[in-house]
Design a protein around this ligand. Structure first.
Ligand SMILES: Cc1cc2nc3c(=O)[nH]c(=O)nc-3n(C[C@H](O)[C@H](O)[C@H](O)COP(=O)(O)OP(=O)(O)OC[C@H]3O[C@@H](n4cnc5c(N)ncnc54)[C@H](O)[C@@H]3O)c2cc1C
Length: 412
């Protein structure tokens, strides 16, 4: 039997791959679309291990993809969840400054958020701050009432249903490990046999750089995995957090700093930090994959980043290993918290692209190659923005792949 034939194969059944497949099928219902996923179900990686926040778009450089996609993404995500009966809670977010330097950065943040047209964003006085979050102690606070929470595992599952209901196919336990171009088509070699397709969309998250390389594309980027570790608050301590409490982030990094978040998963999370992971899907401290670690340390950008940011790296490792140090970061937000309030743990691993100069790529990065589109950097707020990213990639596909009935029937 020859390879299965498709118009488009999407690699990765995370929230971005499935949103993309869904958007393609909404536009071109006759398109023969397959999604291949190496794991046994959808959303097992970043899409199933995140903070669950529907961000409102405050942090991102005005005019960037992140700023535009996040603001539009919040609205579309909230609407999608309402339409699909996925529980969402618009609980609001308080960003707090506890020292003079933080106050100054908070002012800059407010200007940024206002420029990005974040709905309802405003400074609150001490009385209102105490009303919103009675256990916070801070010098200044910025409030984003439109920020919400959702369980993105539910959203990812709903996208998968939509893909199937629109005629798309999702193949699990199917890992891409080779590819070749043969007279205008691509043969994808997977653990479940070959797939022949006119076009490919790489949404492989933590492995997107490897998938691009497999397809002969040198992106100049490397995914460096950063584990984010959480504590959970004890049930009896959950009253200390009403909604979302964040510090003012360090503008040098794309990470938001350890925060306190209500979740739709039934607990309150404290974290995540950002520690270099020695395995791409390394959810535990002891997880190590020699070949993946080698890929990290043989990339010139890794050493350039390390030389510049080693102090932050050492500080993060210290905070990861010592609960007391983690607690101190949380006490900056809610001083009443004690070590006894922190019970269980959890983690996620961020796919952060780094370039050859050692710069952490801040914005979403989506590139095109012959017969393919690659989503190369889609960290937070990627889940919030997933519907908008899906639309953007579908737009690109329509143009780059010249999607038309001719293409639709070419290989199917
Ligand atoms: C700790 C943490 C907290 C976050 N918090 C938030 C938040 O609060 N709000 C927000 O908006 N965003 C948040 N994010 C970001 C968000 O989770 C991501 O932007 C989003 O999940 C990215 O989705 P994805 O589909 O690109 O990646 P993934 O979910 O990682 O999916 C990629 C898929 O590709 C598959 N795959 C990889 N290689 C192959 C291969 N060779 N063959 C077949 N399949 C393959 C993987 O198994 C995986 O299922 C957070 C992320 C982390 C890690």
């Amino acid at each position: 039997m020859g390879p299965k034939k498709y118009d488009i194969v999407v690699i990765g059944a995370g929230i971005i791959g499935l949103s993309t497949a869904m958007k393609l099928l909404e536009r071109c219902p006759n398109l023969n679309v397959a999604v291949i996923e190496k794991n046994a179900t959808e959303g097992t990686q970043q899409s199933g291990h995140n903070s669950g926040v529907i961000h409102s778009g405050i942090y991102y450089r005005p005019g960037s993809f992140k700023a535009e996609f996040c603001v539009a993404g919040r609205a579309s995500m909230t609407k999608f969840c309402e339409e699909n009966e996925i529980p969402v809670w618009t609980c609001g977010k308080l960003i707090v400054a506890t020292d003079a330097a933080g106050e100054e950065r908070l002012t800059t943040l407010e200007q940024r958020g206002t420029e990005n047209r974040v709905e309802g964003l405003r400074f609150v006085d001490q009385d209102e701050m105490s009303e919103i979050e009675p256990h916070v102690v801070a010098r200044k606070a910025l409030y984003a009432p439109g920020t919400g929470i959702v369980d993105y595992r539910n959203v990812t599952a709903a996208y998968a249903d939509r893909v199937r209901n629109s005629g798309g196919q999702i193949f699990f336990n199917t890992e891409l490990n080779g590819s070749k171009r043969v007279s205008g088509s691509t043969i994808l070699e997977t653990t479940a046999g070959d797939y022949e397709t006119a076009n490919v969309i790489n949404c492989a998250g933590l492995h997107s750089d490897i998938v691009a390389e497999t397809m002969g594309v040198n992106t100049g980027l490397r995914i460096i995995p950063f584990r984010g570790e959480y504590y959970k608050l004890r049930k009896e301590s959950e009253h200390l957090v009403k909604g979302l409490i964040y510090p003012v982030p360090d503008p040098a990094f794309p990470f938001l700093g350890v925060h306190l978040t209500q979740t739709m998963k039934g607990w309150v999370e404290a974290g995540p930090n950002a520690v270099l992971a020695t395995k791409r899907e390394g959810y535990r401290k002891r997880d190590f994959a020699f070949s993946e670690f080698l890929r990290t340390i043989t990339f010139p950008g890794f050493w350039k980043m390390g030389l510049r940011e080693w102090k932050t790296g050492v500080w993060e490792i210290n905070r990861s290993l010592r609960k007391g140090v983690f607690l101190k970061s949380l006490q900056q937000l809610v001083p009443e918290l004690t070590a006894d309030d922190l019970a269980g743990t959890g983690s996620g691993v961020r796919a952060q692209a780094v370039d050859r100069s050692g710069k952490l790529v801040d914005d979403f990065r989506i590139e095109q190659s012959d017969g393919a589109i690659h989503v190369l950097n889609a960290p937070s707020p990627g889940a919030t923005s997933s519907l908008v990213i899906g639309d953007y990639v579908a737009d690109m596909a329509e143009k780059d792949f010249s999607l038309s009935p001719v293409v639709s029937s070419a290989v199917s």
